[in-house]
Design a protein around this ligand. Structure first.
Ligand code: SAM
Length: 340
């Protein structure tokens, strides 16, 4: 059975075989990055995609317009590092004018944010996630194999000054590396009125070193936070597909979240699709198959053909990513080549 059944029009919702309706798209705008986090990228000998293979802003905008007609409402720009893509604010401007898109957000490592925060805000970006795994420059360099913590902190401050509606910090959780970061990061976020989310380390590192024992699980983080700050009260998610479990500190210190793709997978409510920087559509981070939207975008394909391709991709979505099961197969791509 394919998704291209009679009665389905290209305005119909993007539903998979389990009834999951897809409303969220992550768009990678580049596979390049200005740091080399070991959990994501190789340190050297990287073969980035040549410029001509990367989708243009017009191609991305057309793709988004097509999927918006099929019910996609939430859009996140990512990479690689999205802020290394020249003139990103121009793309933000184009996408923010698409009236069907209700939520336009960006994930960044923050290094170039001090220079770009105001311009991005003015172009229509509303929400921003900034990755911050540590407050120690030494640990920052162990992770990212480049200097840069001060630039990230300046980026966070600039984003606050620029008036973003929602600034969130994302911290990866890796055993034997970031345990000692939990409390300082939480205090940093509480002091600044920022929301912090910890995310379990997933098997998407380019060097293939991930092991289950490296995952600093959400339960351990939850215990560490409660031991320091007191009770955490669960907060209802704004929509069921939200990957994070959010909590508020009972002492009034704001909110904190846990994203537990390994210890508590949330595939059953997944509504996400991904578009890689070179125009491949994926129905899961761990997908081993891709659908070539670029061939249509560049080969005279119609909007209906693009819509059919996306519908086929969604229809083929697996029940779950299967990390930890005997059937689990790591995707060939690492995180930076997909778009986190
Ligand atoms: N460069 C941007 C950044 O650093 O936020 C955007 C892309 S990055 C791939 C997006 C997010 O994915 C970051 O928060 C990063 O920590 C997370 N990430 C990368 N590799 C990961 C992995 N193996 N497991 C869990 N999260 C990962």
């Amino acid at each position: 059975m394919t998704a291209n059944m009679e009665m389905i029009t290209n305005q119909s919702p993007l539903t998979d075989q389990l009834g999951r309706v897809h409303r969220s798209l992550r768009v990678s705008v580049t596979d390049r990055c200005n740091i080399r986090c070991f959990y994501c990228m190789p340190n050297e000998n990287i073969r980035f995609k040549p410029r001509h293979e990367i989708l243009s802003f017009e191609e991305i905008t057309r793709f988004v317009r097509v999927v918006a007609q099929m019910g996609v409402r939430r859009l996140r720009l990512t990479g690689g590092e999205p802020l290394v893509r020249a003139d990103l604010a121009q793309l933000v401007g184009q996408l923010s004018r698409l009236t069907d898109i209700e939520d336009l957000a960006l994930t960044t490592n923050g290094i170039l944010l001090a220079d770009q925060a105001r311009e991005l805000r003015a172009a229509g970006l509303r929400r921003i996630n900034i990755s911050l795994d540590t407050l120690s420059e030494e640990t920052f360099q162990r992770i990212s194999r480049r200097p840069g913590l001060d630039a990230v902190l300046a980026g966070i401050a600039a984003a606050q000054d620029a008036g973003f509606e929602n600034i969130r910090l994302n911290a990866i959780a890796i055993r034997s590396l970031t345990e000692n970061e939990i409390v300082p990061l939480a205090r940093f976020a509480r002091d600044r009125g920022l929301e912090l989310r910890f995310i379990e380390y997933m098997p998407l590192d380019a060097e293939g070193q991930w092991q289950a024992v490296d995952v600093l699980d959400g339960e351990t983080i939850h215990r560490a936070l409660e031991a320091e700050f007191g009770p955490l009260v669960p907060v209802a998610p704004p929509h069921p597909s939200q990957p994070a479990s959010d909590y508020r500190y009972a002492d009034g210190g704001g909110r904190v979240g846990l994203i537990r793709p390994v210890s508590q997978p949330f595939c059953g409510n997944c509504d996400r699709l991904r578009l890689t920087a070179e125009g491949q559509v994926r129905n899961c981070l761990f997908s081993t198959t891709e659908w070539d939207a670029r061939a249509l975008l560049r080969g005279g394909g119609s909007d209906d053909q693009i819509a059919d391709l996306v519908r086929d991709c969604v229809w083929a979505k697996a029940r779950a990513h299967g990390i930890g099961s005997d059937e689990f197969v790591r995707p060939e791509r690492a995180m930076y080549q997909i778009g986190g």
